[in-house]
Design a binder for this molecule. Structure first.
Ligand code: DX5
Ligand code: ZN
Length: 229
């Protein structure tokens, strides 16, 4: 049975990096995790965070650290993020020749492991991996930057993944990432997502905790309505 509790995952990409510990402390009372967007300037045209930042965050917060690796060499670097204290690492599997062996290696190291699909990638592209992962990340923007517009055309892939999971008795969680806001989260809940990454909608708000709580409230209400249909 899949763990489908609703979780809001603030993306620190939209936080003030000069005050990262304070920014994370603001949301810590109301969320279980933060999402750490790792970009290498190759997989995406942007450079962000490396393992030393995750090590410092680990010392500064008890929140789960969920690393999203938008990098071309997760085989080298994903283990380093686990060693730095991340609970989960998610990578884009098309960059590796043998993603299944990497999933197994990372799980043996004690990590939760996810695979991510960009807007152009169908669920079918990762079907062989889904029985072996803890998480499927369905991107709802092109990876690379925070603050982009939500792509509703990606939402049917969430529903497809939910059906696939039921048919194959798999148990991965389903995360949506990109453009998630008070206006867009509801449709992803209805499609069956359980984990919602939000960067600008939370760290762009005056009161971050209130913004995260409101996202959680909208998600819970949408889930309730979806279940009672
Ligand atoms: C985009 C990242 C996202 C990003 C989301 O490549 O994977 O996690 O931080 O930011 P918003 O919520 O602002 O779209
Ligand atoms: Zn992300």
């Amino acid at each position: 049975m899949a763990d489908d509790r609703l979780r809001i995952a603030p993306s620190i990409l939209s936080a003030d990096f000069a005050h990262l510990a304070d920014e994370v402390a603001e949301v810590a009372p109301v969320v279980p995790m933060v999402h750490v967007d790792v970009m290498d300037g190759h997989y995406v045209p942007n450079l962000t965070i490396g393992p030393p930042v995750v090590r410092s965050l680990r010392a500064a917060t008890d929140l789960l650290l969920d690393c999203h690796l938008m990098i071309t060499d997760p085989r080298t670097y994903a283990p380093q993020f686990l060693e730095a204290g991340a609970e989960s690492v998610t990578f884009h599997p098309e960059v590796d020749d043998d993603p299944l062996s990497l999933i197994h290696e990372l799980r043996e190291r004690g990590g939760q492991v996810g695979v991510a699909i960009k807007p152009a990638h169908p669920v079918a592209m990762v079907e062989e991996l889904l029985p072996h992962v803890d998480l499927l990340l369905v991107m709802t923007v092109e990876p690379g930057f925070g603050g982009q517009a939500f792509m509703p055309e990606a939402v049917p892939k969430v529903a497809e993944a939910v059906r696939w999971r039921a048919e194959h008795r798999a148990s991965f969680r389903i995360q949506v990432d990109g453009g998630i806001s008070h206006a867009t989260i509801e449709q992803t809940v209805r499609a069956g997502a359980d984990t919602f990454v939000a960067g600008s909608a939370i760290f762009g708000a005056e009161d971050r905790a209130a913004a995260a709580t409101e996202l959680a409230r909208i998600a819970a209400e949408a889930r309730g309505q979806a279940l009672s249909r």
